[in-house]
Write a protein that binds this ligand. Structure first.
Ligand code: GDP
Ligand code: IMO
Ligand code: MG
Length: 428
């Protein structure tokens, strides 16, 4: 296997950072291809925590080249802070092991101001991360975005910013009554940031093209999850990028090389941050117990994550929407020891029983049909998995018709079992 995609199969925060970090050990390149610093990918090594928002989760392995490809929306100031923070923690980052696409879209101050204004004063609250993601992708699709390479020429930058601000100024002044920097202030700020970022900037399309020609091992690290995809997700409560498999082909520029394996990172229960429907959400004490025990707080905004049972109809849909070939099941330790355990196996929907969610279904009307599962009490200290836990895993495999290739039972690197081979890694 030469290429593998890591894709969140739920509403994000499934543990993509942890799994990417582990698999990067055997990879040559790790590529972020969509989203921006709305992502928060946590890696814990010997008790030390590193949260990555823009930098790919392969960065802890010095041999592995991290690539931020053109499909990402990029906030230069946030990147600069992240770079300093990660380097301060002892990780070496140079232009050799981090490459950023000159063609990616910049998140400007105007994008962030618009995101916040809409969330605070708009008619529909999405519960965004407030990082300016949606407005930046709007500018990109609207053909008025500032690209990273524009930061290196002050005059071009100013021209692009004035085009960009044209319509927004009217909204800022007359619709939302919010203050905003002048074009000169914004141009100065971005121009200065551009100088610092320049050493990492290159044509990542060619970097990846060469890597593919040379037969390098490439891991594509998705951000968010399939149910937050702009097309496949629970619209409008989604993010503004293609979080599913298709995003790799447009966001990293590798149309000639297909992705061989698609590993769907799946939390053993379900969580969601922000607004939007959530059929298996628990509003009782058990929901609070899972939230507390699982430490379910957003890695980017610190918001409490909503918690509920594993939703198999949604997962069946995710498998189809992203051609998932196997599952990494994370956070099993959080379910271990619970007095009751349930899993959603179907919905009652408009008088019918359906076992696969599909786009267009009104999830607020889907009544989950829950199956009681035998609770498990595994300690994960080297003993074989209990038959109850094996049953839980089997239930998922039979329902989805793909294998659970990895199980994770703690945030540390060693708290994992590989049941399937990925890039030659088989270890406890
Ligand atoms: P990502 O956005 O998909 O990378 O996930 P986040 O980092 O936002 O959230 C996952 C959280 O769960 C992080 O705090 C991880 O350290 C933690 N984590 C990952 N796998 C496991 C696991 O198997 N058990 C436990 N208890 N925590 C885990
Ligand atoms: P990772 O990569 C969980 C959610 C937000 C909000 C919606 C839109 O860590 O899994 P946006 O700021 O993107 O316009 O917000 O998407 N969201 C995430 N939820 N994990 C993430 O990333 C998320 N990135 C965005 O909470 O509901
Ligand atoms: Mg996260």
């Amino acid at each position: 296997m030469k290429t593998l995609a890591i894709i969140g199969s739920q509403w994000g925060d499934e543990g993509k950072g942890k799994i990417t970090d582990l698999l990067s050990e055997k990879c040559d390149y790790v590529v972020r291809y969509q989203g921006g610093n709305n992502a928060g990918h946590t890696i814990i090594v010997d008790g030390k925590k590193i949260v990555l928002h823009l930098i790919p989760s392969g960065i802890l392995h010095p041999h592995c080249v991290s690539v931020i490809a053109h499909g990402v929306v990029f906030e230069p100031e946030a990147f600069q802070h992240e770079l300093n923070r990660v380097m301060d923690s002892g990780i070496t980052i140079t232009s050799e092991n981090l490459k950023i696409s000159e063609n990616l879209t910049i998140i400007t101050s105007y994008n962030k101001i618009l995101d916040a204004a809409r969330e605070n004063q708009g008619s529909v609250k999405i519960g965004t991360t407030g990082k300016g993601i949606g407005p930046a992708y709007e500018d990109k699709i609207g053909r008025r975005a500032v690209k990273l390479k524009d930061l290196f020429d002050y005059d071009i930058l100013k021209k692009k910013l004035s085009r960009n601000l044209g319509e927004k100024e009217i909204l800022f002044k007359h619709r939302y009554a919010v203050s905003f920097p002048t074009i000169e202030e914004e141009a100065e700020r971005l121009f200065e940031l551009g100088k610092k970022i320049k050493p990492f900037v290159c044509d990542t399309f060619s970097v990846l093209d060469k890597a593919i020609q040379n037969g390098s091992k490439i891991l594509y690290e998705g951000a968010q999850g399939i149910l937050l995809d702009i097309d496949y997700g629970t619209y409008p409560y989604v993010t503004s990028s293609s979080t599913s498999l298709g995003g790799i082909y447009t966001g990293a520029g590798i149309p000639e090389s297909h992705v061989e394996e698609v590993l769907g990172i799946t939390k053993a229960y379900t969580t969601r941050v922000g607004e939007g429907p959530f059929p298996t959400e628990l509003f009782n004490e058990l929901g609070v117990e899972i939230q507390t025990k699982g430490n379910e707080f957003g890695a980017t905004t610190g918001r409490k994550r909503r918690c509920g049972w594993l939703d198999l109809p949604l997962l069946k849909y995710s498998v189809k929407a992203s051609n998932l070939t196997s599952i990494a099941l994370t956070k099993l330790d959080i379910l271990s020891g619970l007095k009751e355990l349930k899993v959603c196996v179907a919905y009652e929907y408009e008088g019918q029983r359906i076992d696969c969610a599909y786009p267009g279904i009104d999830l607020t009307k889907a009544k989950p049909i829950l199956k009681n599962m035998p609770a498990f009490n595994d300690l994960f200290q080297g003993e074989p998995l209990s038959s109850e836990l094996e049953d839980y895993i089997k239930e998922i495999e039979l329902f989805l018709n793909i294998p659970v290739g990895i199980i994770a039972f703690g945030p540390e690197r060693k708290e994992i079992i590989f049941r399937k081979d990925y890039f030659g890694i088989i270890k406890r």
